[in-house]
Each structure stands twice: as structure tokens, then as C-alpha cells.
Design a binder for this molecule. Structure first.
Ligand SMILES: [Zn+2]
Length: 173
């Protein structure tokens, strides 16, 4: 079974991954070097099962987990995901769907991943819009500093915003 969980920050993507792998033999492939982040899957999952490349995994996992899928597009590492997806095992993928960094459109990598998936789940934000406070249509995650350069987009300096704010319709509260 190949599953993908999509959503903004604080939409329980990591919770879903942990629920899925609890009783399985899994390996987490982390090619974006987010091991030092204090907000992602790496702090909650078994660190002995996190690898930078599948060739370093000392066992054959039932399930391969790839988190922060959108960052593989940002960092031009998409081919790593597609080479893994050719393997005959279960997959759990997760990441942000809408590119709130640049154009508020879906990250294009998902269009290429969806045909490989058996199930796709869109998760809702569990927090209010960081600009207007609305709880409706909070689909986007964007940097607090709009002009952040490419390398600064990876980190904890983000807010979730609603679709009305993205379209410029909501004044900040
Ligand atoms: Zn808003």
C-alpha cells in the first residue's frame, strides 16, 4: 500500500505517519538533512531507523517513509523519491501541498507522485490562520519573512494562512 498525507503545518501529518508505522518494520529516508530540526518526524520516530539513503539501510523494510516531500522539489532531489518508489514495498509519504513559499499553487512534485499512490489524504490545519485568525480554509504554509532566500526556507519560521488571506481579502488582526 502506498499512501500520501498532504497538508499545511500542524495538520497532524507526523501523527498520521507514526500511527501507520507503529507495528511495522520501517525505514525513514531523510535526504534533506532535517535531523537537527526540532519540529519534524525525526524527534518522534526511532532515530535508529532514519537513513540518508536506502543503500545504508541494514535491513529490508516493510515500509519506507519519506517526510517533507515538497522539500525534495525545493532542493532538486526529486529523482531520489522516484527511484525509491520503484521498490516493491509499502510507502508512506507526507508533505506540504500548496507552495506558500512562492506562488500558492500545489508543489508540482505531487502531480508526479499521485499516480504511484493507492490512497491520498488531505489533512486540515489544526491551527487558525496566522494573519486573520480564521479557522476556515487554512491550507497554506508560508515563511514569515517573505523575501527569504532559498536556503532559508527550511526551518521553523513559518505560519499557516487561509485562502482568503492568500488572495489578499483579509486584513491582519
Ligand atoms: Zn486569513
Amino acid at each position: 500500500m502506498k499512501k500520501a498525507f498532504l497538508g499545511p503545518m500542524w495538520s497532524r501529518k507526523t501523527f498520521k505517519i507514526l500511527s501507520e508505522i507503529r507495528d511495522k518494520d520501517y525505514a525513514i529516508i531523510d535526504c534533506v538533512n532535517s535531523r537537527n530540526s526540532d519540529r519534524d518526524l525525526n524527534n518522534l520516530a526511532d532515530r535508529n531507523r532514519i537513513f540518508s539513503d536506502i543503500k545504508y539501510v541494514p535491513f529490508i523494510p516493510e515500509t519506507i517513509v519519506i517526510d517533507e516531500v515538497h522539500l525534495y522539489q525545493v532542493l532538486n532531489k526529486e529523482e531520489l523519491i522516484f527511484s525509491l518508489l520503484e521498490r516493491d514495498c509499502d510507502f508512506i509519504l507526507a508533505g506540504i501541498y500548496f507552495d506558500g513559499y512562492q506562488n500558492n499553487r500545489p508543489f508540482e512534485i505531487w502531480n508526479k507522485i499521485f499516480p504511484h499512490m493507492d490512497e491520498i489524504f488531505f489533512l486540515k490545519s489544526r491551527v487558525a490562520c496566522g494573519q486573520c485568525g480564521s479557522l476556515k480554509n487554512v491550507f497554506y504554509t508560508k515563511p514569515k519573512v517573505i523575501d527569504a532566500v532559498e536556503t532559508e526556507k527550511i526551518g521553523d519560521h513559518y505560519i499557516n494562512v487561509c485562502s482568503a488571506c492568500v488572495e489578499g481579502g483579509c486584513p491582519p488582526f
